[in-house]
Design a protein around this ligand. Sequence first.
Ligand code: ADP
Length: 162
Amino acid sequence: MVRAVYPGSFDPVTLGHLDIIRRAARVVDELIIGVLINRDKNPMFTTQERVEMLRECVADLPNVSVETFDGLTVDFTRSHDAKIIIRGLRAITDFESEMQIAQTNRIADPNIDTMFFTTSLQYAYLSSTIVKEMAHYGSDVSKFVPQNVAERLEQKRLEKKV
Ligand code: ADP
C-alpha cells in the first residue's frame, strides 16, 4: 500500500497541478492532496474555496482525497502514515528551491522520500500567480485552469477581489 501526499497552496489549482495529480494517482495507491493553510498570508481564495475547487476537480479519481494542513509537510505526511511527498518540477528555476525543501525534509524524517514529476511541456511556465495576474485583467484563463476555477476567478474579478 503506497500512500503519498501532494502539498501546496493551490491558490488556485491549475491544469499544471492537475496534470501532476493525475499522473501521481496512477503510480501510488492513495494520494492525499494537502492544502496549506497559512503560508501565504494573503491568498486570493480562502482555504475552504481552494479545497472545494480541488475536490470538484478530482471527483473522478477514487484514490485521491483533499485535506487542509498547517505546519510542516513532514508532520502532515507522517500523520497520514505516508512515506512519499509528491512535488512537481517545472522550469529549471524550480529545481534549486525544490532540492532545498526535499533535502531539509529528508533530514527532518529520513523515512519520507520526495518523488518529483516533471511537468508536461504545455504547463512548464504555468503558475497560480500568472493565472491570477491574467484574471485580474479579464484575460481568458480557460487554457490554464479547469472550468470551475475559471468561473470562480471571473466571480472574484467581478467582486474586484482579483
Ligand atoms: P507552493 O506554494 O508550495 O509552490 P503550489 O501550489 O504553487 O505550492 O505548487 C505545489 C506543487 O506543484 C509544487 O511542487 C510546484 O512545483 C508544483 N506545480 C505548480 N505549478 C505546476 C505546473 N504548472 N506544472 C507542474 N507542477 C507544478
